[in-house]
Design a protein around this ligand. Sequence first.
Ligand SMILES: Cc1cc2nc3c(=O)[nH]c(=O)nc-3n(C[C@H](O)[C@H](O)[C@H](O)COP(=O)(O)OP(=O)(O)OC[C@H]3O[C@@H](n4cnc5c(N)ncnc54)[C@H](O)[C@@H]3O)c2cc1C
Length: 525
Amino acid sequence: MAEYDVVVIGAGHNGLVNANYLAKSGLKVICVEKNQNIGGGCSTEEVTLPGFKHNLHSTFHGWLPMGPVYKDLNLENYVNYVYPPANHVSLFDNNRSLVVYRSMDLVCKQIEQFSKKDAVTYRRIFKSYKEFIDTVFVPWFFSPPVNQSDLIATLEKSPEGMELYQWMMSTPMNIYNELFESDELKNHLMARVLILGMPHDYYGSGLIAIFAIIKVINPICVGGSRNLAEGLARLLKEQGGEVINNTPVEKIIVKDGAAVGVKTAGGKEIMAKKAVVSNIEPKQTMLGMVGPDKLDEWYVSKVNAFKPDAHAIFGVHYALNDAPKYTHAEKNPDVNMGFSQDIFGNKIEDFTDFFADVRRGIPPRKPAFQCCAPTVHDPTQAPPGKHTAFIWQPVPYNLRGKGPEGWADIAEEYADYLQSIWQEYAPNISGSNILGRFVHDPLKAMEYNNNFIGGGFNAGDMSPDQMGNLRPIVNWAQYRTPIKNLYMCGCSNHPGGSVSGSPGYCAAGIIHDDLGIKRWWKGLV
Ligand SMILES: Cc1cc2nc3c(=O)[nH]c(=O)nc-3n(C[C@H](O)[C@H](O)[C@H](O)COP(=O)(O)OP(=O)(O)OC[C@H]3O[C@@H](n4cnc5c(N)ncnc54)[C@H](O)[C@@H]3O)c2cc1C
């Protein structure tokens, strides 16, 4: 029987980050992954043609370099990133576009096309709140959740903080309506908020609206997103740890109220002397692998009440002969050089209309998707001279009257529909330029990675009642569980979804404290 200090279930990037922090303290760690390939939401698969590397989930890793993980683990030695010259590009009718460059002056010039007043306000918000985002929000994001009252107390110290507090209680849409007059800018920003995983109308999630103005970087992992996971796995092995693939964990072995190991689907037991850490969301971890019989009724009811994401993602991946060429580039050639091109309509109503369809369980009838061709910035993701591209359309997971299974019947047809709209903006997405296509509907996404409940970004809705010290379970938001020595480290925990490494990092700190081991890293607060 194999025995380790710590068994980590799942080799998503958070599981691997967690394993690395523990291994660096001298613990003997193994990471056990269900799939053939590690990475979870950092996946790269050749799903169309050989040599075309498609990132089925994350593509931009903007959070990772903001936090401590990248530096602490010296990840620059294990993974490379490229930074596109322009970030998001919003495409509107009549070949009008808004390109978010990396320079604030250039961004403001772009906004001036739609409203001079909005450009002034945009710059003011950036200047007024950048320091707050850097000194309060980023450390909050990369630390275990604090009491909500502590965060509010920080905001209450200044008039600017009080204004932020008011916005924090509000919705992204209310804030953009208050600050800006041009529908184009509002649409552009709301698309960004949605792409960060939040709907436009959640009260209590307003800070993300300010964040979307201030933090706009989109590094792309060279060779594909899975290279981040592969780099973390390499580092873990150098530190004496192990990673095994193709090994689904079925049970967490509990003895006298404490986790002591795991049992795999193949019947193998892997024992853990000090801790078991799960990278998987709470329903599967606590009800599936532990079992409700080992938990009290209150906790079981709370886990059952944990909500999946508000929307799923419908991805269509392409192998292309040539990169998408947008008609909008006739007016501004930089349109083709953006990290992504967002087609979310022209008016604020377009945005709310499409989301209303999502909530009704209908695949949106109006276009509202993000397009991206990673190979424009990282040619290594396709054979020489060729390209990969994808579109992401937010959709309902449960189709009205049919449930998620309904996607099997309509996925290809819906992909054709989206493609026809994309062609209006990029006419070369057609004919012989398309070498291959793969439709990653929400059902397939869940089959690939069962952690993404509801087919979304975050393995659990990012509504305010599931954020901060309420995520994933009220009174159990510190990565611990009611089972002694069992922890959770995935994005169902604070601060939520995205490739940040934060949940894995924060959980590692808590585990060090519980085991009485001094942390080898400094931390942000
Ligand atoms: C379509 C899509 C696009 C996204 N785009 C971005 C983006 O561009 N930028 C960004 O920052 N974020 C993005 N995200 C979000 C991001 O990918 C996730 O939030 C993040 O990858 C979650 O990491 P994790 O380590 O917490 O979990 P995961 O990556 O989900 O890792 C969980 C791992 O556990 C494994 N596992 C599951 N069950 C078992 C079991 N029983 N036994 C063993 N192993 C198991 C899974 O196979 C998986 O490898 C996107 C998400 C989606 C769905």
